[in-house]
Design a protein around this ligand. Sequence first.
Ligand SMILES: Cc1cc2nc3c(=O)[nH]c(=O)nc-3n(C[C@H](O)[C@H](O)[C@H](O)COP(=O)(O)O)c2cc1C
Length: 217
Amino acid sequence: MGREFVEKEKIVESLNWRYAVKLYDASRKVSEADWKLLEDAMLLAPSSMGIQPYKFIVVKDPETRERLKSVSYGQTQITDASHLVVFAYKKTLTDTDAEKLIDRIAGVRGTSRESLADLEASIRSAAKKAVDGGYVETWNSRQAYIALGFLIETAAMMGIDATPMEGFDAERYNEILGLDDHAAVAVAAVGYRDAENDWLAPLPKVRKDPADLIVHV
Ligand SMILES: Cc1cc2nc3c(=O)[nH]c(=O)nc-3n(C[C@H](O)[C@H](O)[C@H](O)COP(=O)(O)O)c2cc1C
């Protein structure tokens, strides 16, 4: 018996159903089981060399969420969605990051650290190159966006709404959340739309002509 896949028709249907919700129904909460699945989706996102140079900060405290809203142009999704995740990328990479990753691989796969020496060297070298080249923050934040994408798409498949958001003051987020070696780069509000009152809910999705985006060569 092969494993089951999501029905193909359901994929495009779900992706068309999803939109960047502006108004959430604050009374509807994502169940714990569903939330666990969404956390799994973020954890299972791919990252360059498997470094996962980020943290997903799930903000539960209502007061903190109010403060975050005040530095997010007052966008109500920040407080009204069932869950709020701040994606924070790691500001630098050191040999310790490479070491920890190798320890983890050795532990999970039951292989010796010695057999992973070449891999450790390439991770160290890539990290150093990114730091020296001044692009480590760009590199790490890009990785965080992949997890953001995984979260949004998985939520859509589950009939859960999610709004990706960059409309906030990242510096203030870092202060409010007490971030030090990480920095906020994106947010996802997750919950259930208020379909009756969200002005965007009834409007058709707008995308470029596929021919302008997808190039077959
Ligand atoms: C990186 C990123 C940042 C965004 N920031 C915001 C935001 O701050 N507030 C908001 O309401 N929508 C935000 N959006 C949603 C986009 O406006 C929306 O995805 C786009 O218009 C396409 O529409 P759709 O997602 O409804 O299909 C953001 C989307 C992305 C990918």
